[in-house]
Write a protein that binds this ligand. Structure first.
Ligand SMILES: Nc1nc2c(ncn2[C@@H]2O[C@H](COP(=O)(O)OP(=O)(O)OP(=O)(O)O)[C@@H](O)[C@H]2O)c(=O)[nH]1
Ligand SMILES: *[C@@H]1O[C@H](CO)[C@@H](O)[C@H](O)[C@H]1NC(C)=O
Ligand SMILES: *[C@@H]1O[C@H](CO)[C@@H](O)[C@H](O)[C@H]1NC(C)=O
Length: 476
């Protein structure tokens, strides 16, 4: 099923459940992309009956019948307004803000930031295939220091743009429940983790998101068959469609076992039917574990490629890049090759070997950079001068070697102080995604997403450096 027909399904829903009278001012000034027009066409084809009743409503409600295209445009734009998938402004209890005619889906995070980004992508994709409105929690700190405050999903990724691209509502928890609410809400959710980790884990995956959202969750353990590779203890994946079955009554009902009482209120709740929820969606794939690496990844193709950075973060990053290159803050940014050298805790995979024999040397990185430059020149006629390094390395002599290559690096000496603990990481991620070329580190999820962004967004050329032994990246 392609994205157009997925969207068409949502159109049908929106057509019948979205009040036409709300927010008329939004209808006037919005630009429509050609994809929107195509989808409108698809909706017309499939839902003639719904459209005829809308036309009827319009004829009744206004003295002049508007052109048909105007009418369907209005319905489509309406669906981008988060308020139309909710009762209204954020409420003290989340349940007061959910519309009875909508179904929703949510989940939590508890890993490194890029893993958490992937987890939310998986949540949104699961929302697409189950025809439920995703409700996204915030990002919570892990590697960047537990003292950092959470940051909203929508302060990092452009949610209005994502809604428009996917042509359906996408909500954040801050839209639904007042972030300052002290009201604790009970909720029944599915425990995926215990089933897929083959009882290595006793109980569901924990997450500090629940504390921020004031949720007290009672979990129902999923059956063992949701695990992708049965009886294999070294993998914890399940599949989108195994989980999607639980969004519908047949599978839900057949698997209702006694729930674990919630930790605070000690209440036992079956999995909620209106707000479907799972403890942890990082280890989810369509067909094979860790499939973001692969071209066909549906979570990448249908969701993640449309998750652009918020404009303010892009603007801030442009300033960092231009300063690194010695250019005016507001001047044009030349094309560059970005590098992500993932070090720090990756030394755990060196199995005792000294870092010089494990992580790629500057010569190895430089060879990959040159390959990217050569290919850009040959295939696109782009002669790239500038190379920008991003890394979690803290060793000053290593950074000195970077400078000796003639490469540049963002100056993060004041970033945390000026913008907060998240921003060295966020700015580096944006830098990695913005080059016409990218050289990444094998096995780093941060590198995987950067590579895919450069390929999709910049039509860029990329390479991934293998590492772990002195000759790991030898090739040709
Ligand atoms: N500022 C900055 N921090 C980085 C960079 N690479 C890694 N880090 C830090 O290292 C952490 C590890 O990456 P995460 O994305 O959190 O963790 P992960 O999801 O496990 O990703 P990988 O370990 O790379 O697969 C990040 O959260 C950052 O704190 C970088 O290029 N710049
Ligand atoms: C939780 O509720 C159950 C059943 O009502 C009760 O038996 C149990 O003692 C309670 N546990 C706690 C810690 O209050
Ligand atoms: C720091 O980096 C330099 C240059 O790469 C290297 O020779 C040195 O061993 C590193 N120091 C530590 C403590 O890792």
């Amino acid at each position: 099923m392609d994205s157009a027909s997925l969207s068409t399904q949502m159109h049908l829903r929106m057509d019948s459940s979205t009040p036409l009278w709300s927010k008329p001012k939004d209808f006037v000034n919005r630009n429509f992309r050609s994809k929107g027009r195509f989808l409108v066409g698809a909706a017309i084809g499939v839902s003639l009956v719904a459209l005829m009743s809308l036309v009827g409503f319009w004829l009744w409600a206004s003295s002049e019948a508007p052109p048909l295209l105007e009418l369907t445009k209005n319905v489509e734009v309406d669906s981008f307004d988060p308020l139309n998938a909710l009762v209204g402004a954020p409420t003290e209890h989340f349940g007061d803000n959910l519309r009875p005619d909508f179904k929703y889906i949510t989940s939590w995070i508890s890993a490194g930031w890029t893993n958490d980004v992937m987890t939310y992508i998986n949540l949104i994709y699961l929302g697409l295939i189950t025809d439920r409105v995703p409700i996204l929690p915030m990002f919570i700190p892990s590697h960047i220091g537990a003292a950092a405050s959470p940051i909203a999903f929508g302060d990092v990724f452009d949610v209005p743009r994502l809604r428009q691209a996917l042509d359906r509502p996408i909500l954040e928890w801050r839209d639904v429940k007042d972030p300052n609410s002290a009201e604790l809400d009970g909720l029944g959710c599915w425990n995926v983790w215990e089933a897929t980790s083959q009882n290595h884990e006793k109980g569901p995956r924990g997450s500090s998101v629940l504390g921020y959202l004031q949720l007290d969750v009672s979990y129902t353990r999923m059956p063992d068959w949701v695990k992708l590779i049965q009886n294999y203890e070294h993998d914890s994946h399940t599949t989108f469609w195994a989980l999607a079955k639980f969004a519908f009554p047949e599978t839900r009902k057949a698997n209702l076992v006694t729930p674990l009482p919630s930790p605070i209120l000690n209440i036992s709740l079956p999995p909620d039917e209106q707000l479907l929820c799972y403890d942890y969606l990082y280890y989810v794939c369509a067909q094979q574990p860790f499939e973001y690496d692969h071209d066909y990844s549906p979570a990448w193709r249908f969701v993640a490629q449309y998750m652009h950075w918020v404009p303010s973060l892009e603007a801030l990053t442009k300033k960092y890049i231009n300063r690194a290159l010695g250019l005016e803050d507001d001047g044009p940014t030349p094309p560059y090759v970005g590098i992500h050298a993932r070090h720090a805790d990756f030394k755990n995979y060196c199995w005792g070997a000294p870092q010089e024999e494990c992580f790629p040397s500057m010569a190895v990185i430089a060879r990959r950079v040159q390959e990217v430059k050569d290919e850009l020149l040959q295939t696109q006629g782009i002669d790239v001068e500038h190379v920008i390094m991003t890394s979690d390395e803290t060793n000053a002599s290593w950074w000195e070697e970077v400078t000796q290559q003639g490469w540049f690096a963002p100056d993060h000496s004041k970033t945390k102080e000026l913008y907060g603990d998240w921003y060295p990481l966020l700015i580096d991620a944006v830098i990695q995604s913005g080059g016409v070329g990218f050289v990444g580190t094998d096995r780093s999820t941060m590198s995987v997403l950067a590579r895919r962004r450069v390929e999709s967004w910049q039509n860029g050329v990329t390479r991934t450096i293998l590492w772990g032994t002195p000759h790991a990246d030898d090739h040709r």
